[in-house]
Design a protein around this ligand. Structure first.
Ligand code: PEP
Ligand code: MG
Length: 596
């Protein structure tokens, strides 16, 4: 094996935190399936064997689900449901049986062949949700094969580390993630995977730093190679230099003290130096994140994305399951508001129960409110679930990608029908549950005055607004330098939408990444926004910012930024004004920028 060299691998930040330790490569070994055929009189016995292995695998998954529920909670436990569904899926079961009967294959061969076919179909798909599911498929494959080939299932894992280490693997499956001894795992690095894959979600719940999608380079990481996993930035340093080690030790220490500070800061109000109270809300992707946000002292949840309910599902999520998730967050937040956004599907997010249209430009295609209005069965279940959960807290409904009043009116009609049904069923709900929209297209911005007459609030979505305003795909790394939230064109749009909302007397907030960025949030305060919804890992910085600024100065800086001729110039002007009254060294994210 070649001598370890100093290298930096770039990947996707999947779970925050910093881990430092030796690499422990974990190979998930696919067992060799013998190439034998069977005589015709043994065919039915082989079919039986397959069904028995399937039943056994389901029991094992159920056990793991129960263990996960106890350790991490009910939402994390649900991560195993798609594997159970997969084992009953006719696409898998019937085709395997057919291969046994028609091809005289052993159950192991037939099943493995069908799994390989499904995997190659999914790998060739461009849809993120299918890629997210590949590790689930591997989990299922390994379990069933272990039974059919009579292997102890521990054989499939190439040993867990005997001392604390960074687990390095091509891919991480949900069952491997939860089965590893947490005392011996410092963090994870994987070649494949996405931020929304089930293993990544589990890493976040386990509080273990993870970087995924670093590519084939994982195969070259030798056992024992010293690694630093930076789960916030999506970076892995191999054989780091002494200076890097020092810097990360400091950073890890700083992160720990920031956590302590955040707890202390929870008690402090987000009030500007000249006395304006700003509403500080949190964005969450999972119900469990609300608990943390509540402890951090936020004023509410400004964006609760609900796509986690459909990732990997073959059927429309039922009302009860959704109701439980929304109710959990409503109860956690108590009297504080929670904005539940209806399914923002399409673009790069398609669940398995939707007929996936082949589109040239998915982000300009069948997305968000267009999908849900076309699928009333899906939409109604979600609206009913939110309404029912509204009885347990202060929920409000937010519609993604709205472009016209018609979309709002159609939704209102469905909402009223759902309310009438619930009344008839004797179910309680908040009759005045507010209905608002994401303002995230240029059309919505410039018709904000009209839209404001029909909705109860605006939530500005700069992640999409920037992409549509500048015609720059938000996910295209090659265009990243053109994706500029400080472009004067974007600033003007923001001012327009904020002022239109305020003039109409409805609450306006902003939940795009811009609110989680120190300079972005400063601009937004200057543009008159009194409510920001930020990512949980940015709460501390944004609260510190709010408490350090004067609104009058921010307003002056925003006017200067708006008059700049480029985004670069606009941002420079904002930083300049901010730096005059605030110690910029207090903001770690600004410091990181300097490192490139
Ligand atoms: C946005 O577009 O700014 C937003 C918050 O929504 P998402 O990132 O989920 O599209
Ligand atoms: Mg959006």
């Amino acid at each position: 094996m070649s001598a370890p060299v100093h290298r930096v691998l770039e990947g996707i930040p999947a779970a925050p935190g910093i881990a430092v330790g030796p690499a422990h490569p974990l190979r998930i070994r696919e067992p060799a399936v013998p190439h034998v055929t069977i005589p015709p009189d043994l065919v039915e016995a082989e079919v039986e064997k397959f069904h028995a292995a399937r039943a056994w695998a389901k029991r094992r998954i159920e056990e793991l689900r129960e263990e996960t529920r106890r350790r991490l909670g009910p939402i994390e436990a649900k991560i195993f449901d798609p594997q159970l569904a997969m084992l009953d899926d006719p696409e898998l079961v019937e085709r395997t049986v057919q291969y046994i009967r028609d091809g005289y294959l052993t159950a192991a061969r037939a099943f493995n062949l069908r799994i390989l076919e499904i995997r190659s179909e999914w790998l060739n798909s461009t849809h993120a949700m299918l890629l997210d599911r590949i590790a689930d498929l591997t989990d299922t494959q390994l379990l069933v094969l272990a039974k059919l080939l009579d292997l102890p299932d521990t054989d499939l894992l190439h040993g867990t580390p005997d001392r604390p280490a960074v687990i390095v693997a091509r891919e991480l499956t949900p069952s491997v993630t939860v089965r590893l001894d947490p005392d011996r795992v410092l963090g994870f690095v994987t070649g494949g995977g996405t931020r929304t894959s089930h293993a990544s979600i589990l890493c976040r719940s386990l509080g273990l730093p993870a970087v995924v999608g670093v590519g084939d380079a994982v195969d070259e990481i030798a056992p024992g190679t010293e690694c630093i996993v930076d789960g916030l930035r999506g970076r892995v340093l191999l054989q780091p230099t002494e200076t890097e080690r020092e810097r990360y030790r400091e950073r890890a220490e700083k992160a720990r003290s920031l956590q302590r500070e955040l707890r202390a800061l929870a008690a402090e109000e987000p009030v500007t130096r000249d006395g304006t109270r700003i509403e500080l809300l949190a964005n969450i992707d999972l119900p469990s994140e609300a608990v943390w946000a509540a402890e951090a002292g936020v004023d509410g949840i400004g964006l609760f994305r609900t796509e986690f309910l459909v990732v990997g599902k073959r059927s429309i999520p039922d009302e009860e399951e959704q109701y439980e998730a929304f109710r959990a967050v409503a109860l956690t937040m108590g009297s504080r508001p929670v904005t539940v956004r209806t399914f923002d599907l399409g673009g790069d997010k398609f669940p398995l129960f939707l007929e996936i249209p082949r589109e040239e430009n998915p982000f300009l295609g069948w997305r968000a409110i267009r999908v849900t209005l076309d699928m009333p069965e899906l939409f109604r279940k979600q609206l009913r679930a939110i309404l029912r959960a509204s009885a347990h807290g202060r929920l409000q409904i937010c519609l993604p990608m709205v472009n016209s009043v018609t979309e709002v009116l159609e939704t209102r009609r469905l909402l009223e029908e759902s309310k009438a049904e619930l009344r008839e069923e004797g179910k309680v709900f908040d009759e005045r549950c507010p209905l608002g929209i994401m303002v995230e297209t240029p059309a919505a911005v410039f018709t904000a005055e009209i839209l404001a007459r029909h909705v109860d609030f605006f939530s500005l979505g700069t992640n999409d607004l920037v992409q549509y305003a500048l015609a720059v795909d938000r996910g295209n790394a090659r265009l990243a330098r053109f994706y500029d939230p400080f472009h004067p064109g974007v600033i003007r749009m923001l001012r327009h939408a904020i002022e239109a909302g305020h003039a109409a007397g409805i609450p306006v907030s902003l939940c795009g990444e811009m609110a989680s960025d120190v300079v972005g949030a400063y601009l937004l305060l200057g543009l008159g926004l009194k409510s920001l919804s930020v990512n949980t890992n940015a709460l501390r910085e944004i609260k510190t910012l709010i408490r350090a600024v004067r609104l009058e100065e921010a307003q002056e800086a925003a006017r200067a930024a708006e008059a700049a001729s480029t985004g670069h110039e606009a941002r420079r002007r904002l930083l300049e004004t901010l730096g005059r009254s605030v110690d910029l060294a207090a903001f770690e994210s600004l410091e990181r920028e300097g490192e490139g």
